[in-house]
Write a protein that binds this ligand. Sequence first.
Ligand code: PLP
Length: 384
Amino acid sequence: MNEMRRIYVDHAATTRLSDRAFDEMVKYLKNEYANPSTLYSSARVPRQAIASARRQIAECIGADASEIVFTSCGTESDNWAIKHIAFQKDTGRRKIITSQIEHHAILNSCKVMEKLGFQVVYLPVDKEGIVSSELLKRELDEETALVSIMLVNNEIGTIQNIRELSDLAHEKGALFHTDAVQAVGHIEVDVGRLGIDLLSASAHKFNGPKGVGFLYIRDGVALDPYISGGAQENGSRAGTENVAGIVGMAAALQENVDDLQRHREHLSELEELFIRLLKDKKLDFRINGAKDKSPGILSVSFADMDGEMILHRLDLKGIQIATGSACDSKETQISHVVRAISVPERYARGTVRFSFGSDNTCEDIIYIADELMRIAGSRKKAGE
Ligand code: PLP
């Protein structure tokens, strides 16, 4: 029996662990398994591995090693960045500004802050998903403790002008955090050039292992620990370190950063081919997001179709895509991002996200476009 072809085009949900990252991790899972906090000599190797991974990761984003704190995932980094404000009662600042298109790790953390009595402003975005600096300026005041705006949106790929936004926040004495989970390892990220104070990242989005991420905390920014316990991470994040995960994350990030240009070109080529094929087939669709977007994340809205139906029909053909964001995938309603960018109702329900990766080929793209054509054709025949 022929095995069904499997085409994975959901890289914004997660990625395959790179071979190099896996190879480097094995040693710390099987042999060098000592707890890095212990005092005997065998703890030296994992301890040094963590230090070296920290330096490597810092270099990849233009930071200093002392500014990187390892966490369990992007969600934890986001929670910490938002909720630390609650521990800083003496600043008197009780307002957070974010955007309507953030990931739920940010939005739901903000909801908790509202319950604690903080004011949260959710800035609207334009049709391309861009946060307006004018609107931010209007909302910023002496009460604002933190502005949190994502670097790359996980559903539509839009890249924000973070520098402009962070400069505005700093003028009012507020801290600036960016959720860069979809950016790190995919586009150039330099914390100095972005002018930010805090940045979240997650290894499994850039071919690293699941269950590990980091928070960049600019030197001079004091963040109270979010997870209390032992003295790991210089007392700022307790819990025995995920040594293999940290080592794998550094290896994967280095590999992606070294190959960034080629990776971007490959993804752009796939996207262009895909859009050309959809146009050639005369499908009625629109591409969501801005011109300045991260290559690889492509949100497409098909007229008079249902995103979930498309997802299941493609799944039957071995093609894996998403409707909204990964965390939204059990819900059928129109995602908060698609709503926020005002996609017309006729198209909004037929929104799906293709997120391409290094392993995808032009052949894959042709196969997906052909299957989409079949889905659209069969619906017409059925008179839906
Ligand atoms: N932020 C963004 C923009 C994301 O896309 C995701 C994951 O989909 C997260 C945060 C959460 O990251 P993690 O899966 O590592 O918790």
